[in-house]
Design a protein around this ligand. Sequence first.
Ligand code: 3PG
Ligand code: MN
Ligand code: MN
Length: 650
Amino acid sequence: MGKGMGGVLSKKKKADDSAAPPPKDKEEAAPEPKAAVEPAAAVEAAPPVELAKPAEPAAPSESTAPGAVTDPASDSISEAAAVKKDAPESKKMSFDYTLQPHSTIPGPEGPLMVCILDGFGENEFKDEYNAVHVASTPTIDALRAVPKRFRTIKAHGTAVGLPSDADMGNSEVGHNALGSGQVVDQGARLVDIALETGKMFEGEGWKLISQAFPKHTVHFIGLLSDGGVHSRADQLFGCLRGAAARGAQRIRCHILTDGRDVPDGSSVKYVAELEAVLTELREKGCDARIASGGGRMKVTMDRYEADWSMVKRGWDAHVLGKAPFTFTDAKTAVTTLRGTEEDPVSDQYLDPFVIVDEAGAPVGAIEDGDAVVLFNFRADRMVEISKAFEYQDFTTFDRERYPVGLRFVGMMQYDGDLKLPANYLVPPPEILHVSGEFLVKNGITTFACSETQKFGHVTFFWNGNRSGYLDAKLEQYLEIPSDKIEFNKAPDMKAREITAASKEAILSGKYKVVRVNFANPDMVGHTGDLAATIRAVETVDACVKELLETVDQVNGRWIVTSDHGNADDMVQRDKKGKPMKGEDGKLLPLTSHTLASVPFFIGGKGLPDGVVLRDDVPDAGLANVASTTFNLLGYEAPSIYKPTMVQNAA
Ligand SMILES: O=C(O)[C@H](O)COP(=O)(O)O
Ligand SMILES: [Mn+2]
Ligand SMILES: [Mn+2]
């Protein structure tokens, strides 16, 4: 993922240089031409796969090399590239990005700060398990008390382009909506459609993997759960059945256990479900098995280059068939690696394992000519493993062996700028004309900052899944390196460092927009540790106070909001909302996001008194934030965006 900074905060970069991580980004990692592959096998026509309905979420309610910095200029998106090549003709036509001055709201003297409290929801369950409610939050409480400048907005389901309103929100779709002002059909939905219509099986990506069907193995690697954030098991099953029905002779699954978007311990159930599908395929003559796996926070699914060793563990297990633990079946693997009652291990952190035969040989190492499908639709945690598979000259870690003639595809293309991977099963969502483009095309400067775990959220996702700068001359992106430990052990994370850097940016006079993401409520919330999450929320509240005071010093304005819930409910509940207990009588922690709406606050010394929230957009969601942002900057909102949430100034 392109990252960059220079100028005002460059002293931080220098401090990090000595320990810069291995090379990344397009320049040093350009893919070699693919090795020649065998001609396509004759592919029998098979019917579209019928999808099971997404399972009902159970009472819905993150390692690290220092942040390195690339040369901003090398990452700029050119005018031409800003409109994707495969955009429909109407969208390719030159687009007018000119912003018009707002009819009644003058531009601010100081900057506009947009602050995202990641995972901070306004939950209806206001009890002791709601860390947002229990925490002492004088700053947010005071904001809630300001009439007509506080409301809640939708952050889940169809409001952010997900298949149904039973889908909790997440950072990808949330930041896409916040940054683009539009609701687009997201990956989960696009894959559903591709499977239901059978289009997946007609695409170029499928043609590529189908070359391996007669004589080689097709490997599926991804997150095994129905969390619907990165992947969905029913979509994996659709692909497996689709491959077997079209002649795949040998299939191997490499499973990453969840416990983060779904309850901890549910890995056992998902393995059983997958085994049932694999048995069904074997009965039809397809040699189908689970071959390797591990916990998503330990194996393969690193993001934003926080900890490449996770990806190496994944490569070793999936490709080389090497892991510290071997088992002859996946159920035993998962149940054993989950530890004991005295020393439990969560699904998120299971050690890497490999399934072996009676002779101890791995049943599914990846060999020359095999096909590999990464079945996650979401990008952030698939980019690194994609680089390891896609780039023949990859050097970030020693792959030991790189299979020749691999047919490698992603469920989607994960990075539209890097075109990574080159081959994919379903075209990714097209997110055009994002707010950042309007800003840079009108000469408006931006500073964006978060720590590693959320850095790509306020840059890559915010900019419609584009790595790098939209215009390096007008933008400054700063990454504060995250800790490499489980975040309940250090719930303050890097909030104070983010605050210090953002205050410097606000006071510098260089930026009209200052965009900040605090990771704490989300990242600590995912650990299921209530006490630590309360502390995380309190830390963020104190940091927000400092930022608001700093904005006031320079007569600026602010928007404080969130991208989805998480810290606002830390316990699994039954249908009536009653907290649930396990067999041991202990409360069952909720590690996932929630379905809660999120708060939306506007304010600042530089905001004219008459600028208040409208009351005629009750269903407003995250996609309505961008229009509001333009209004608070003194501009009319782009007409293609969801309506603003502010009234004209009186
Ligand atoms: O990737 C993760 O950490 C979780 O699956 C979702 O969290 P996020 O959407 O807040 O990143
Ligand atoms: Mn988030
Ligand atoms: Mn999260």
